[in-house]
Ligand binder design. Structure first.
Ligand code: 13P
Length: 248
């Protein structure tokens, strides 16, 4: 079996107290898989919970990261958080370009590209999200949109840096809707993305309503290396169930 990345994006959920409670429950569920070289678990939390997350995650040896960051190191950017601020608390992974950042907060491709470059320059790993809306899919523009999103983020980067990025295909219509892409749809896009990126062994995750019941089918596809999970990552048993189901 291939190595699987199981990354949870908590979005705007989980206070400090809830973070600690999550890990009380998660530790025992994770125990049976802890030494499984075929599994990499990661959790991405809101800024205010990162300190607590870092503490819990370090003990378990799992990946932990932020859900966003700004590209400048400091200055007059009210409400933003910088890379050095994240580094100070041991953060090495950052989600960038999530569809909620793109569509609710209107982050343009150019801003996301700057963030990707800054995160890489700091020696950290960006999890670059991309994906089409329902309207774009139905209009036959899926690949055009994704090509724009992917190319704008990786243009000008060295092959080494392109390879350091973890990619996450998240069709907007599948996020939080309970309606996942089919394994064939997700496989088609992930294979296409790998080709466009031009490096065979980059890591590409699928995100959008991943749960225990659809995990095996999705994660068994050739070009899907793991899952970026929203809703089902908020409860320890639902989160680990995804890997259990894949292994079963
Ligand atoms: P859901 O798993 O809740 O659909 O969210 C997916 C997602 O946006 C992960 O980044």
């Amino acid at each position: 079996m291939k190595k699987i990345y199981l990354y949870g994006n908590w979005k705007m959920n989980m206070t400090v107290a809830e973070t600690k409670k999550f890990f009380e429950g998660f530790s025992s569920q994770y125990q049976p898989y802890k030494n499984d070289a075929g599994l990499e678990v990661g959790v991405f939390a809101p800024f205010t919970s990162l300190w607590a997350l870092a503490d819990c995650a370090k003990n378990l040896g799992i990946v932990f990261g932020a859900e966003n960051v700004y590209s400048e190191d400091k200055g007059a950017f009210t409400g933003e958080v910088s890379i050095p601020m994240l580094q100070e608390i041991g953060i090495k992974y950052v989600i960038l370009g999530h569809s909620e950042r793109r569509h609710i907060f209107n982050e343009p491709d150019e801003m996301i590209a700057k963030k990707v470059k800054a995160v890489l320059a700091a020696g950290m790993t960006p999890i670059l999200c991309y994906g089409e809306t329902l309207e774009e899919r139905e209009g036959g523009n899926t690949f055009k949109v994704m090509e724009r999103q992917l190319k704008s983020a990786i243009d000008g980067l060295s092959a080494d840096d392109v390879k350091k990025i973890i990619y996450a295909y998240e069709p907007v219509w599948a996020i939080g809707t309970g309606k996942s892409a089919t394994s064939e749809q997700a496989q088609e896009v992930c294979a296409w993305s790998r080709n466009l990126i031009g490096i065979k062994d980059v890591v590409i995750l699928y995100g959008g309503s991943v749960k225990g019941s659809n995990a095996k089918e999705l994660l068994s596809m050739n070009d899907i290396d793991g899952a970026l999970v929203g809703g089902a990552s908020l409860k320890p048993d639902a989160f680990i169930e995804i890997y259990k189901a894949y292994k079963a």
